[in-house]
Design a protein around this ligand. Structure first.
Ligand code: SF4
Length: 399
């Protein structure tokens, strides 16, 4: 096993999804089948890089972890690019697109033509947007590395812009069909990029943006708080520990449908022909029993509900049958919905007190006299009593 490589976002995500697939990709280095939508994304990214690169004005950068900051003046003195290259015209951009185009991975010529036309349309619309907006990029397609509290990480960042306030905004282009603000809010990729930029640049990160190219929509969110980054750091650390320990268990799920290594994966190993018939009979029997179980579960629930309604109407709790007595029992539980007060807990530094959300944990917080009474009141108000009825059976002559 070679030294553990630095984790990129996609390597981390692959390990989280399925460690065995990670091993196939990053240790055995098995190639994957090209897919049209990946080729498409790569070509569009490459043209955008060529388009935006002439607008780049590098910002001050750290030379190394322990070094002082490099200043912009020093950069200009040594860059030899006092006159920036001319920005390409839209015709030159389309010519670059045609040069970059690759047919790799498309399932038919119709699919390829559809994507090709879509790319042209996206780029032309984005070109108009750039002419209007004139962003201030300080880097495009930049490869950054860092050691994040002991964890080696790296990534290629589509674009880093200067904000009007003098800070930095990280931009990640997306060519996917759908994208929502939740994607930007929850994106581990943007969190990791924030860490990479903060480790390599002098200016603060002031914004994180997923740029939805199909609709020209920037989905912009504030940089992550330390607490949110700590969660990602923990998960990266767990992945790294697993890689170091060579823990490469197959973890099947919906992602298996797009895995190219099913023929090597023990999860998908075929049953030997000699055992096929015997096991087929067992599987068919299992399926029939599972269907019967579902049917009975539904019937049991409906009968209990009917009994419950009748018992409510009559005000009784014990209903005799022929051989046994059905007894209605009551169970109470308190439940808390903390979503509304979680920001308050975070602001007051109390989020560590509510990790599991169990009623006992919350009651401890509510009873703690050292906690601000207003916080305790608001947490207590989220509680509600839930009553659950269920039926037991007792034999006629006793339980
Ligand atoms: S088929 Fe599924 S379980 Fe097997 S390696 Fe691929 S992703 Fe993992």
């Amino acid at each position: 096993m070679p030294a553990v490589p630095a984790l990129s976002y996609s390597s981390f995500r692959t390990y989280q999804e399925c460690p065995l697939r990670w091993r196939f990709l990053y240790v055995d280095k098995l190639p994957e089948t090209p897919r049209g939508y990946f080729t498409f994304g790569r070509v569009v990214h490459s043209v955008l890089e060529q388009l935006v690169a002439p607008l780049v004005v590098p910002t001050a950068r750290r030379v190394s972890e322990n070094d002082r900051q490099r200043t912009l003046d020093e950069w200009h003195a040594h860059s030899g690019t006092a006159t920036p290259p001319r920005w390409m015209t839209s015709e030159e951009m389309l010519a670059a697109y045609e040069r970059e185009w690759s047919s790799e991975g498309y399932t038919s010529s119709e699919e390829e033509s559809r994507y090709r036309a879509l790319g042209r349309e996206i780029l032309l619309r984005y070109y108009d947007f750039l002419v209007r907006e004139r962003p201030l990029p300080v880097a495009v397609e930049e490869h950054l590395e860092a050691r994040w509290d002991g964890i080696p990480v790296h990534g290629y960042i589509d674009r880093i812009d200067r904000t009007p306030a003098g800070g930095l905004e990280i931009v990640d282009y997306k060519t996917s069909r759908e994208l929502s603000s939740d994607d930007a809010r929850d994106s581990d990729q943007l969190s990791l990029y924030q860490v990479l930029v903060e480790s390599n640049y002098a200016e603060p990160v002031q914004g994180l943006t997923l740029y939805h190219l199909r609709s020209l929509t920037p989905l912009r969110v504030a940089p992550r708080e330390r607490a949110a980054l700590a969660g990602l750091h923990d998960r990266l650390g767990t992945a790294l520990d697993g890689i170091r320990a060579e823990a490469f268990e197959p973890t099947p799920g919906r992602h298996c449908t797009r895995c190219d290594f099913r023929d090597r994966c023990p999860e998908f190993r075929s049953v030997p022909e000699a055992d096929g018939q015997r096991l087929r009979v067992l599987v068919d029997r299992f399926e029939a029993l599972r269907n019967e179980e579902n049917r009975l579960e539904g019937e049991l629930r409906r009968t209990a509900e009917e009994l419950h309604r009748a018992a409510e109407e009559l005000g009784v709790h014990r209903v005799p049958g022929t051989r046994s007595v059905a007894v209605r029992r009551r169970e109470e539980a308190w439940q808390y919905s903390l979503d509304n007060v979680r920001p308050l807990l975070e602001r007051t530094g109390l989020s560590h007190r509510v990790t599991s959300g169990t009623p006992e944990e919350i009651r401890r917080l509510v009873r703690d006299a050292s906690v601000d009474p207003e916080v305790r009141r608001r947490v207590a108000e989220t509680g509600a009593r839930r009553v659950k009825w269920y039926w037991d059976l007792e034999q006629e002559n006793g339980p």
